[in-house]
Design a protein around this ligand. Structure first.
Ligand code: NAP
Ligand code: MG
Length: 514
């Protein structure tokens, strides 16, 4: 194995040539055993290569798990406040590198610059929030049913955690998993999405610079099958924390089930904004545009459906379409651009396939619908922001996650029908209700079947101090962030201390026969 203790900058190429980056295993930058690499491209201009990254193999994964396993004991015995100090410091380093990382993010996956800054900010917020956990890590103390006996439950780390992340929040999502895993005393092997290894590496660098001991965080780039699955299969990896599509999550969760290991899955969504007859329409329009076309629709919480009461349907459609037609599309580095490219050519193709499906299903295409590949868009991965009207709730475009700039507008006759349509998909991540009626707002909170509910705001825009995640096919019952952040990364240990000096039998000595 070729190893280097140099920083990754020193392993870079020369001049304007794209540079090569290694894995980070056991505190060293290490080339993959097979020596192969893959390129990360700029989706706004595919002739720009962001860098070459390790195309790792199962052997590299094994080395990373070896390192994480070896580092576990010392890290577990490092007091939680000391672990938290390193995370807080990483947050401050992220803060100083915010602009640099945000600009890299725009180049690597295409979101517009102000959203990229928000992505990094979310990781900074998470660092600050979770660092406090180092001095909480709350357990329970409860009374014992017997005299001279003490009962409590404390948290213990699991061991090595496998972290598998998507490309759409290439810094925020790793932070949601890695910071809580580390503060809880676990060590980590991190496999980022193939589309965004550079952003992931910069995130890792912040933790290294903050003084994380060798082996506590290991970084291995490569494919889902050659890196992700071996991580799932390794018996020393005690939990897989994955965010991605429901298809991939199902595969991982199924295998983890067989192996009796924990998996925490944050998966797809088919989110909806409901617009009632009393809604503030200007607010709705801004929200629906931001929710539907922010990050070019590539958010797990994207508002890909807008369910509108018939009394306001035409008004909504006219205003919405006018606003969508005026959206400025282009390279997200231009601060006036509102919608960037989608992440890669495959994504353009799969988004466009859904446009064709929508047309065949008989939905009314009222805006967009085309791939953009001429002129300034020629080298990029662009798809026009697209709106379908008169969509039936059962159509595939209203049921399946498209993960691109396509919004389906669905007319309904009543509040009750809006709730039924909103709830009528296999997903349950984020649902929103626009109404001025407080009774309806609370009824919607009660009835909407999703992990996140918004009132008078679109489906996107979570804050890290509340739990994040979904129900139904969106997840398997875990939540990230908020007070739930450390749940997936800790085991409960229940402790009884009997200081009576004699054998006391619970349930028996407490209920002696008369
Ligand atoms: P994806 O294709 O499911 O991939 C997610 C991650 O899993 C990537 O790192 C991927 O590696 C890896 N992977 C793929 N196949 C694997 C396998 N067989 N075993 C182990 N790992 C495997 O998702 P994506 O396209 O990156 O992201 C978009 C999806 O993420 C959407 O469905 C979106 O809704 C979802 N998402 C959900 C949330 C949430 O919190 N609920 C948040 C954001 C995104 P490669 O990159 O190498 O393929
Ligand atoms: Mg890319």
């Amino acid at each position: 194995m070729t190893t280097s203790t140099k920083t990754r900058e020193e392993t870079q190429g020369k001049g304007n040539m794209p540079q090569s980056y290694s894995n980070y295993i056991g505190g060293r930058w290490v080339k993959p055993k097979g020596g192969e690499t893959f390129a990360s491209y700029n989706p706004a201009n595919q002739s720009e290569i962001i860098g070459h990254f390790a195309l790792s193999t199962p052997e590299d994964v094994k080395a990373a798990v070896d390192a994480a396993q070896a580092a576990f004991d010392a890290w577990k015995h490092t007091p939680a406040p000391a672990r938290a100090d390193i995370i807080l410091k990483a947050g401050y380093i992220l803060e100083t590198r915010k602009e640099e990382i945000a600009r890299t993010m725009v180049r690597e996956m295409g979101k517009v610059i102000k959203e990229a800054r928000g992505d990094v900010q979310e990781a900074i917020d998470m660092a600050k929030y979770i660092a406090g956990e180092g001095r909480r890590m709350f357990g329970h103390t409860v009374p014992s049913e017997l005299p001279n006996k003490f009962a409590m439950a404390i948290r213990a780390p699991l061991g090595v955690i496998g972290v598998i992340t998507p490309w759409n929040f290439p810094v925020a999502i790793p932070s949601w998993k890695i910071f809580p895993a580390l503060v809880s005393g676990n060590t980590v092997v991190f496999k980022p999405a193939t589309d965004t290894p550079m952003c992931a590496m910069m995130f890792v660098e912040c933790l290294i610079e903050a003084g994380l001991p060798h082996g506590v965080l290991n970084f291995v780039t490569g494919s889902g099958s050659k890196v992700g699955m071996p991580l799932v299969e390794d018996p020393r990896v005690r939990c897989i924390s994955v965010t991605g599509s429901t298809e991939v999550g199902r595969k991982i969760n199924g295998r983890c089930g067989e192996l009796m290991k924990r998996s925490s899955c944050e998966l797809g969504g088919k989110n909806a904004i409901c617009v009632m007859e009393d809604a503030d329409m200007d607010l709705v329009i801004e929200g629906a545009v931001w929710g539907g076309f922010g990050t070019a629709g590539q958010r797990c919480t994207a508002a890909s459906r807008v369910i509108v009461h018939k009394a306001r349907y035409k008004e909504f459609l006219d205003k919405f379409v006018a606003r969508v037609k005026a959206l400025k599309i282009g390279d997200g580095m231009d601060p006036t651009v509102e919608v960037g490219p989608v992440v890669n050519k495959d994504q353009v193709k799969s988004v466009h396939e859904y446009v064709e499906i929508g047309k065949k299903e008989g939905a009314k295409l009222v805006c967009g619908g085309n791939i953009l590949d001429q002129g300034e868009y020629a080298n990029g991965c662009y798809h026009e922001p697209t709106v379908f009207a008169d969509v039936k709730p059962t159509m595939r475009i209203a049921q399946e996650e498209i993960f691109g700039p396509v919004v389906s507008v669905i007319p309904v006759e009543s509040f009750e029908e809006a709730l039924e349509v909103a709830n009528g998909t296999e997903y349950g991540l984020s649902l929103s209700m626009y109404t001025q009626d407080v009774n309806r707002a609370f009824k919607a909170i009660e009835e909407l079947e999703s992990g996140i509910v918004y009132i008078n705001a679109p489906t996107i825009g979570a804050e890290i101090q509340l739990p994040f995640g979904g129900i139904k096919q969106t997840g398997n019952g875990h939540r990230e962030a908020g007070i739930t952040a450390i749940e997936q990364f800790t085991e409960w240990k229940s402790i009884y201390i009997d200081y009576s000096g004699r054998l006391q039998k619970a349930q028996i000595d407490t209920h002696k026969a008369e």
